[in-house]
Design a protein around this ligand. Structure first.
Ligand SMILES: NC(=O)c1ccc[n+]([C@@H]2O[C@H](COP(=O)([O-])OP(=O)(O)OC[C@H]3O[C@@H](n4cnc5c(N)ncnc54)[C@H](O)[C@@H]3O)[C@@H](O)[C@H]2O)c1
Ligand SMILES: O=C(O)C(=O)C[C@]1(C(=O)O)C=C[C@@H](O)C=C1
Length: 306
């Protein structure tokens, strides 16, 4: 296919950036890809496995000729990274990010970017519990959503080109505003992760107290929780600290429902439980009927399957 961008720079070389690299190379989406990660060990690993055409020892060097710069670092450091690269950005280039939270990332990044640079924030809704340069694979974004969250006054051509880029990586693209994005993701991703972290923590405490074999005999549902709860601690700490308002709102609602279910169990209100579970089952069936069941095609894949 024709190149969407001649030169791309990946800042941060973890799961998402490495998957983007392999996906770009799979279809010849771009020309040359530079990469930079803060840690020398990550840069060494990237060089060893051929991740990026050139691995640079500074962010400045990585971005200087890039037509697209992708910030693929934890959301808590997006602003620092933007400040670091700002003086070296090529006029007319596009800067995007892949952060799981949009409002605070936009607030942290936008003020650093010089005029003439297009900022088009993004978020691919695809991932695994693995992290680091060796965890990526080319098919991660296939048939997954990538949400773009253009800031006010964003150049339509810059948004269009980034849309074409993500489509070439296999994703379906939609535009959304930042506040709505953060609320939707609090429901579909952030709060579920917090619940999984909590449930696994509770099971672990229980194991210590009773010395039972909670983990050894864990059923499939709980195993799914342990997978989610194995996700990167830095990434998820930053997600919760940066999507405070929406997560707390959804957690509040979650707690109310949980209390209602708790009460139904205590009072023996089987009708309440049955009606509730019937409603939730219908949601799952609706997803399957709508053909949107993209159930975990990426889980457990390794880099060798790229
Ligand atoms: N993991 C997922 O499921 C997923 C999905 C969609 C979006 N995201 C978002 O993508 C971003 C990256 O996540 P990931 O899963 O690829 O993480 P990761 O932990 O696999 O990789 C992060 C990379 O950033 C580097 N880094 C950290 N601080 C840096 C700094 N100050 N300067 C330069 N490099 C730095 C790390 O060395 C590492 O290479 C996050 O913002 C995350 O919220 C993650
Ligand atoms: O499947 C997983 O492991 C994920 O957690 C991926 C997941 C999600 O919650 O769906 C996690 C965070 C992202 O920002 C986007 C995708």
């Amino acid at each position: 296919m024709t190149e969407v961008y001649p030169r791309v720079a990946l800042i941060g070389l973890g799961l998402i950036a490495s998957s983007m690299f392999w996906a770009m190379k799979r279809r010849g989406v771009v020309g040359h890809v530079t990469g930079y990660a803060r840690s020398a060990a990550t840069r060494d690993t990237a060089r060893r496995i051929g991740l990026c055409d050139t691995v640079c020892d500074s962010a400045a060097e990585a971005v200087e000729d890039a037509d697209l710069v992708v910030l693929a670092v934890p959301v808590g450091v997006m602003g620092d990274v933007a400040a670091e690269i700002a003086p070296y950005l090529k006029p007319g280039c596009t800067v995007t990010d892949v952060g799981s939270v949009k409002k605070t990332v936009i607030e942290a990044v936008a003020p650093h970017l010089p005029e003439g640079v297009h900022f088009v924030p993004g978020h691919p809704l695809a991932g695994t519990e693995h992290s680091g340069p060796e965890s990526g694979f080319a098919s991660l974004f296939d048939n997954r959503w990538c949400l773009l969250v253009p800031v006010e006054g964003a150049a339509p051509e810059a948004v269009e080109t980034l849309t074409t880029f993500w489509q070439a990586l296999g994703a379906n693209v939609e535009l959304m505003d930042a506040e709505h994005h953060d609320l939707v993701l609090a429901v579909t991703s952030h709060t579920p992760h917090l619940i999984a972290y909590t449930m696994v923590g509770v099971a672990d405490d229980l194991r210590r107290v009773t010395d039972s074999e909670v983990i050894k005999y864990s059923a499939a549902g709980f195993r799914d929780f342990t997978r989610i709860a194995a996700s990167d601690p830095t990434m998820w700490r930053d997600v919760f600290l940066n999507n405070k308002e929406a997560t707390l709102e959804i957690l509040g609602r979650f707690t109310e429902e949980l209390f209602a279910l708790q009460r139904a169990i205590r009072t023996g209100d089987g009708d309440h439980l049955h009606a509730y579970f019937t409603r939730t089952r219908a949601i799952r069936r609706g997803i399957i009927e709508a053909g949107q069941d993209t159930d975990a095609p990426n889980f457990g894949r390794t880099r060798t399957e790229r």
